[in-house]
Design a protein around this ligand. Sequence first.
Ligand code: KG4
Ligand code: ZN
Length: 343
Amino acid sequence: MEPLVLGIETSCDETAIGIVRGRTLLANEIASSVDEHARFGGVVPEIAARAHLEAMLPSIERAVKTANISLRDIDAVAVTAGPGLIGALLVGVASASGLAQGLGRPLYGVNHLASHISVDYLTHSDPLEPVIALLVSGGHSSLLQVDDITGSITKLGATMDDAAGEAFDKIARIMGVGFPGGPAIDALAKTGSATAIDFPRGLTTSNDWQTRPFDFSFSGLKTAVARYLESTPDYVRGDVAASFQEAVVDVLLLKALAACKQTGINSLVIAGGVAANSRLRHLAEQRCEKVGIQLRIPAPALCTDNGAMVAALGSLLVSAGRAPAANAFDADSSLPVTSINLR
Ligand code: KG4
Ligand code: ZN
């Protein structure tokens, strides 16, 4: 029988519980505190942690009911150990460890970023690895080589400043289109032209391609958009959103495909909240098809933070025979992506 795993995710503002059996998703419950943060224009850690405390038990109960299982049937508990907001992570880790101990089941402390990638296994059943992963979220933007999602991830490059999602959020804030900014810009961009304004593509000079081919930078783009808005009183909002989005998406894909080419790995997975972006998904399909690269992007609802991804990685760890966490462990707000399974 395939392992029944419950996953808990609390690294940011979603209290999310996922239940999987093997690679089959049984429940994916999400309670978000996003509305409580909206008026601050960003996630307030203290508010997020308190919201996790309130939402935890009802969310677990809902997930168990949806999955139509009994808590006693669970074979293992997995929880996001990091990276993320420390106070928020601690609520998840404490809850998961209490649950695992109470049930007498193993506890896995898993990496949030590796979870984003491993959720693809719930959608595609053929082997993922080896694969180049473009991981784009609100806190991270990295290019990774994944040889084994349960044991070997190598970092090829990362952002030097803002994460891709952070850039969306900041531009949305400047334009006053709401928080989180990604979905708002994505929608607004559909009303404008992606070629209206030629915004800069960070780290793409010939020197950059020599010295840091797989790193990203979005702060120059952010400044360029802010300057454009200031100096162009009659700007067209849709054009700004579409042209900004195109600059981000273009450079993400240029570098991801260059990583595939250099490593000789002809398979690409795009994961993290920004992978829900409609333009990124569309352009990735077009460009990958052109050069014969197999593309995998999880369904949009599985790209943004969720519990299914944590349960998915937990299930893969159990199936691979990886050891669970020895005892109580600490959450790590800056857990590196190479640390997949906390021991
Ligand atoms: O992975 P995620 O849910 O949380 C983190 O781990 O950070 O990613 C959240 C980020 C936010 O910055 C949000 O604006 C962005 O993903 N995002 C999007 C879209 N949906 C969410 N960015 C662009 N287009 C979208 N449709
Ligand atoms: Zn995330």
